[in-house]
Ligand binder design. Structure first.
Ligand code: UD2
Length: 322
């Protein structure tokens, strides 16, 4: 199908990953209906495409029923749903488990069912590495999360249950992203990703703070590669151009320790302060790296190295500072 005939619903379009996805879809010639309640998303994330003629924005909560029907009134040829709207803060989910379940599980299941009933071509859900709990052995395969897995937060639990429902239905795909980083990721909350926080501190000449000994490792994947993963999962790119079904890990397979990351960021930002070592964060996973061979077999090939990805982020963070 030509991209100019494709119409996509992107929930969470003012968020970190959702805004990059919406921008990329529009650049390909797709029409995009974006939905966000702006609880954690920001209008500034949509600045690059808000005025695009093929973009329609609804400020709306994803829990409000009738979203697919509403999108179809704007664009009757709606074909693809990318569902990224969510309660995104793990600590918030611990304090507000019911709200988290309502948004991350119930609303996701309803939207998925509506997409299926409407006969849409593809449904792509933002799963998470948080679905794996803390006991999974690395590299982590998709099968490592099962009914008995104890997730560390309502956030992880809700994502797991939604992914499982989607996988069992045979329609749609859940992408379990590992540690995504890149421009537009917030650096202002204490729960922001370590890369944004390090970069921000590095640029301000403040010491980087390392929780524990810094030997914990993560699989950092650039948002641009993640967006390509979403397109592939929806059948918009890839060898067969058929939407995928099931659950797929999205990572790079490379593990980087927090100490290594601190060194890279310090060098890149020219920050010569010694890092500050603080006590370990409660519930912190020691090692997390994706086995993404299942997604690779479907055509996924992340191509941005951490060094290059950090350089892109640095340029962006500098630009924000003016
Ligand atoms: C990620 C997700 C989280 C959840 C979790 C599930 C992000 C931002 N968070 O948490 O939502 O899905 O995975 O496993 O993607 N660290 C420092 N200094 C800092 C900040 C962090 O040492 O200033 C450490 C932190 O203790 C951890 C590592 O860096 O060991 C990564 O922290 P993170 O918050 O970026 O991501 P993570 O994997 O804990």
């Amino acid at each position: 199908m030509e991209d100019s005939r494709i119409a996509c619903l992107v929930t969470g379009c003012a968020g970190f990953i959702g805004s990059h996805l919406a921008e990329r879809l529009l650049a390909r010639g797709c029409s995009v209906i974006g939905v966000d309640n702006l609880a954690t998303g920001h209008r500034r994330n949509m600045a690059a495409f808000a005025e695009h003629p093929d973009f329609t924005f609804f400020e709306r909560d994803v829990c409000a029923p009738g979203l697919v029907a509403k999108a179809r009134t704007v664009c009757p040829r709606l074909s693809h749903v990318f569902h990224l709207a969510a309660v995104v803060s793990v600590p918030y989910s611990v304090d507000h488990p019911r709200h988290t379940m309502a948004v991350n599980l119930d609303a996701s299941v309803s939207l998925h069912e509506a997409a299926r009933e409407a006969g849409l071509r593809a449904f792509v859900f933002a799963g998470s590495a948080a679905e794996y709990g803390e006991t999974a052995t690395v590299p982590i395969v998709e099968g490592a999360a099962g009914p008995d897995t104890v997730q560390q937060s309502p956030y992880g639990r809700a994502k797991f249950l939604a992914s499982a429902r989607i996988a069992a239905s045979g329609f749609g795909v859940s992408l379990r992203c590992f540690n995504v980083y890149g421009p537009r990721q917030s650096a202002s909350s204490p729960y922001s990703g370590v890369i944004s926080l390090f970069m921000e501190r590095g640029l301000c000449g403040r010491p980087l703070t390392i929780f524990g000994d810094g030997g914990q490792t993560r699989d950092f994947v650039a948002v641009s590669d993640v967006v390509e993963g979403y397109l592939l999962a929806a059948g918009l790119t890839g060898p067969t151009e058929t939407p995928l079904a099931g659950i797929f890990n999205v990572g790079t397979g490379h593990s980087t320790s927090i100490l290594e990351l601190a060194r890279l960021v310090a060098k890149l930002t020219g920050n010569d302060r010694e890092p500050e070592f603080l006590s370990s964060r409660q519930g912190d996973i020691r090692h997390s790296v994706a086995d993404f061979s299942k997604f690779a077999a479907a055509g996924f090939s992340p191509n941005l190295s951490l060094e290059k990805g950090l350089a892109i982020l640095l340029d962006w963070q500098r630009l924000q500072k003016g």
